[in-house]
Design a protein. Structure first.
Lengths: 311, 355, 276
């Protein structure tokens, strides 16, 4: 209940009109700075960006700027690099989210039960989350570099590599580099979120289940998972969208190479805008990505609704 | 100190009306208790007096001045919250002096006001503590201290004792009563506990469903409840109700038992009525008009004994001081004396003698 | 309950594995940054060099533009964190304490900004900021970062405000405070941990941002740390010791803020994950 939400009987309301106006506008005044920033710096550019998708905008060409209709999308439909990027995005997102989630869940379960030094362990395992993404990318690029990093030598010693080479320049395995860096960087996010959800499960439930003779696995299956399900659903959904847009690691580690093998759509947009300075084409790709992501989100929400209705 | 006038006050959230035409005049120095089950609107009414909720209709006056549009800070009232609402980042002295600081009272005056309130409530050794380092009872005292320090026009209490254990509650109840005796401050006290209401109030306002059911002195509500709701709410264990038919000179219960009434009522012959009798007024074992009742349960409370009986298939309670009841057999005989009988008409309102 | 030894050992070993995985890359960064150049190649994958040196750090601090990058990043991240926290405190308070008609639209708008790819905005923002003279300027970066971080910070602050009982404000108003006084003297002091957490989150986010900095900044004068480090990497790509020393330096402020907000991480990220 809120004080300003009260419905005043207008005939009874004897507040002067200035006071009434001040009362009604109070929440708007509080939200105004945030709203103005969001509208001016995010919403307006978003609309402008959508309009770019239908215009010829090249930064170095002063004669560009004209309306060209769907020409960008025609080019896009024949752009093999785009299709590769789309395929890579699926692979990059799927593998990253799955591994981050799986390892994050295990970590959350490990941290859920109290033990000595839990605070310290928690701080240490969550530390990668605080590492700036560009630094995480550089750091892993160096670890994969046979000149300076240990990983190629270990792989060579294990017989997994014929000679200590750089996985990032190997077209077949290059994508694993950014994925591993991403998993390292993203496990804490999942672990923290799931840990918070785990800790909100009433302990009595576990005690009751133990008294009823449930094994660890049965308790996990019938108490923990159902309680975590909503958190898992929303985190995975948001994280999927976020990771498919997350180009930092790829830009830093491989720049999309070798031979576009690690180019994802987000990094392709960035390359088009930053390197080719073709803002129109970049915006067209971005629009396609936006539509795909919206479609994905809608699909998930619909799926959830049907599942909920069934249950 | 001040009088509080509530005229025709209404409250609605959207289309849901939660208070209907409340009329209440509170005299200067009076201790009024608003009592009723949860959801009856008593807390909403209190919060409207405080200015924390808007008034949908009607008028509210403090000392004759309309306050409908007045911000809480300008009403000069103090309130003790159920949660105590102590400021966690201030110590006890800070909590108690905050209102005086906001009023720009001189430092020496603040110090002496806090000191005198603290000594009244036995808080002197705790002045430097933070609320989280206090026990529930101590927090309650600080909340009271915060209220009395500023000598407001009126005190509002929103179920202030409901978070305390039984013993502390009893003790604080007595202290509140004593404090009111000393300060003679206009007080409005909200509770769902009828014992608090009975013991504290100069006048009780019994509320139900957003409507005032009865206003009166505690014993008036106990002796002459205005309707079935008040009759059932005041008193513990609660009043017994039986269906009956009225005829000139008495009522006939379902089993044919006739109880003569001391005076005829303003009712038509053959009218359906409900008769009520308090468990402590039921006489056991003989005289009067005896009825046979089955014994379901015997509850000794130490002081007395509560018998749970079934009479005409209805649950029926008796409270007695006679320990012989402990060894009651499968059935007992119970009797009602007519002067303790309450008669309610078909609408549930108290029937008054004719003439 | 009885605890047998085996699961306990497995539990500790698993955690040890996580700790090693989490810390090893950072350890390696540190190790290379203190390894003298002549040992870098000869000692290969040894876990710790036989001799250590600070020469990479002193080079980076004295003979490179890193102090400038560091200063720029500090200005950008610090200003962004402060402005965002002020805006988000106000809007978070509005969302937590008022019921008003546009509330659900505002929440919806903020959620939307968390969903669409920010890369989409790279080109239009560049085009819009150029005529305003805000490219290649720290002010431009601050404006952009502030807007990007306000929605999440708003949800974060809202969850902290939601955790403060409304009774306290009401008690203050009855004690004679205006709504704003109650906000300033009662609510804000109690939200200090939340404010610290928000400052930390936003500072870290702004400190790490790469793509918009790359796009909007060229040249060393206005470069932030990520831009500077990447330029440095592409220019001196053989000087691993110096690069990693610079990396360790970039890590310090972020790690400091992490320690500061560590306690509130669970609360904060939950707010972000569930609502944002």
């Amino acid at each position: 209940m809120s004080m300003t939400a009260d419905v005043y009987d207008r005939r009874q309301d004897r507040r002067p009109w200035q006071k009434r106006l001040a009362d009604a506008s109070e929440p708007y005044l509080y939200s105004a700075p945030a709203l103005i920033l969001i509208i001016v710096v995010m919403l307006v550019p978003l609309v402008v960006g959508i309009s770019y998708a239908f215009r010829d905008i090249q930064l170095l060409n002063p004669f560009s700027g004209g309306f060209i209709g769907l020409e960008h999308f025609e080019t896009l439909s024949k752009d093999r690099a785009f299709y590769t990027a789309l395929k890579n995005t699926l692979w990059w997102t799927g593998a990253s989210v799955f591994l981050q989630f799986a390892f994050g869940l295990i970590l959350a379960l490990l941290l859920d039960k109290p033990f000595m030094g839990r605070g310290l362990v928690q701080a240490l395992v969550f530390l990668p989350w605080a590492v700036p993404s560009f630094l995480a990318g550089l750091n892993w690029a160096w670890l994969f570099n046979p000149v300076i990093g240990p990983i190629p030598h270990w792989l060579f010693d294990l017989g997994l590599m014929s000679q200590p080479g750089n996985i990032l320049s190997d077209p077949q395995y290059a994508m694993w580099g950014p994925i591993i860096a991403n998993v390292w960087w993203g496990i804490p996010f999942f672990a923290i979120t799931l840990l918070a959800a785990l800790q909100s499960i009433p302990r009595e439930l576990y005690e009751a289940a133990s008294i009823d003779g449930a094994s660890w696995f049965q308790r996990f299956w019938s108490i923990t998972l159902p309680f975590l399900a909503p958190t898992i659903a929303i985190t995975v959904l948001l994280r999927t969208v976020w990771i498919s847009n997350f180009a930092d690691l790829i830009v830093v580690m491989t720049g999309g190479g070798p031979a576009d093998r690690t180019q994802i759509v987000a990094s392709y947009i960035f390359t088009q805008a930053f390197k080719a300075l073709d803002f129109g084409y970049a915006s067209a790709i971005a629009l396609v990505l936006l539509v795909l992501l919206l479609a994905y989100s809608m699909l998930i929400i619909l799926l959830r609704q049907t599942l909920l209705n069934k249950g | 100190m001040a009088s509080i006038d509530i005229q025709n006050v209404k409250k609605a959230y959207g289309h849901v009306q939660v208070l209907h035409d409340i009329d209440l005049q509170i005299k200067d120095g009076e201790f009024v208790v608003l009592v009723g089950p949860s959801g009856c609107g008593k807390s909403t009414l209190l919060r409207m007096i405080a200015g924390l909720e808007g008034v949908t209709g009607g008028e509210m006056r403090i000392d004759g001045k309309r306050v409908n549009e007045l911000h809480p800070k300008d009403r000069d009232i103090a309130m003790v919250f159920q949660s105590y609402a102590l400021y966690p980042h201030m110590n006890v002295a800070g909590n108690m002096s905050y209102s005086l600081k906001l009023r720009k009272t001189a430092k020496e005056k603040i110090a002496s006001a806090v000191a005198s309130a603290a000594s009244k409530l036995g808080l002197d050794p705790l002045l430097d503590r933070r609320p989280r380092a206090l026990s529930g009872g101590q927090r309650q005292r600080v909340a009271m201290g915060r209220a009395i320090v500023r000598q407001p026009k009126a005190f509002l209490f929103d179920e202030p004792l409901s978070n305390l254990d039984a013993r502390l509650r009893e003790q604080m109840r007595a202290e509140i009563k004593k404090m009111h005796g000393d300060l003679k401050a206009t007080s409005i006290y909200v509770t769902h506990d009828q014992i608090e209401a009975m013991t504290l109030a100069d006048r009780i306002v019994a509320m139900h469903g957003g409507v005032v059911q009865q206003v009166g002195a505690p014993l008036e509500l106990y002796d002459r409840p205005a309707n079935i709701f008040v009759a059932g709410f005041i008193g513990s264990p609660g009043m017994n109700f039986l269906e009956a038919t009225y005829h000139a000179g008495g009522v006939t219960l379902k089993d044919g038992t006739v109880i003569a009434l001391p005076a005829p009522l303003a009712l038509a012959d053959g009218a359906k009525v409900t008769v009520g009798i308090r468990p402590e007024h039921v006489v056991m074992g003989g005289e009067g008009i005896g009825m046979v009742a089955g014994v379901d349960l015997v509850e000794p409370t130490g002081f007395g004994i509560i018998l749970h009986l079934s009479l005409h298939g209805l649950a029926f309670k008796v409270f007695t001081l006679d320990r012989a009841a402990l060894s009651a057999g499968p059935t007992v005989r119970v009797a009602f004396s007519p002067q303790h009988l309450h008669v309610f008409d078909g609408q549930g309102n108290r029937c008054v003698p004719s003439s | 309950m009885k605890t047998s030894l085996l699961p306990t050992i497995a539990h500790r070993l698993a955690l040890l594995g996580y700790i090693v995985f989490a810390l090893f890359p950072l350890f390696w960064l540190l190790k290379v940054s203190v390894t003298p150049n002549d040992l870098l190649y000869s000692e290969g994958v040894r876990m710790w060099p036989s001799r250590t040196t600070w020469e990479h750090y002193s080079f980076v601090l004295q003979h490179s533009a890193f102090p400038t990058f560091f200063k720029n990043s500090l200005i950008v991240s610090g200003s962004t964190a402060i402005i965002v926290t002020i805006c988000a405190s106000l809007s978070g308070y509005a969302l937590s304490r008022f019921n008003f008609r546009a509330k659900y639209w505002i929440v919806g708008l903020m959620l939307l900004t968390q969903m669409f790819p920010l890369v989409m905005l790279v080109a239009p923002i560049f085009k819009i900021l150029t005529p305003l003279g805000l490219t290649n300027s720290l002010t431009g970066l601050i404006v952009v970062y502030t807007a990007f971080n306000v929605p999440f910070a708003t949800f974060l602050m809202q969850s902290f405000f939601d955790g403060i009982p409304k009774d306290l404000e009401e008690a203050a108003m009855i004690d004679g405070a205006t709504k704003f006084t109650a906000f300033r003297e009662i609510i804000l002091p109690l939200t200090l941990p939340g404010i610290a957490a928000t400052l930390g989150f936003v500072f870290t986010a702004a400190w790490s941002e790469l793509l918009f900095a790359l796009m909007l900044i060229n040249g060393n004068n206005a470069a932030t740390f990520p831009v500077g480090l990447l330029t440095f990497v592409s220019k001196f790509s053989v000087d691993f010791g110096q690069m990693m020393a610079a990396g360790v330096l970039a890590l310090i402020p972020a790690a400091l803020f992490f320690l500061l907000i560590q306690r509130y991480l669970v609360q904060g990220l939950t707010a972000g994950a569930v609502k944002g």
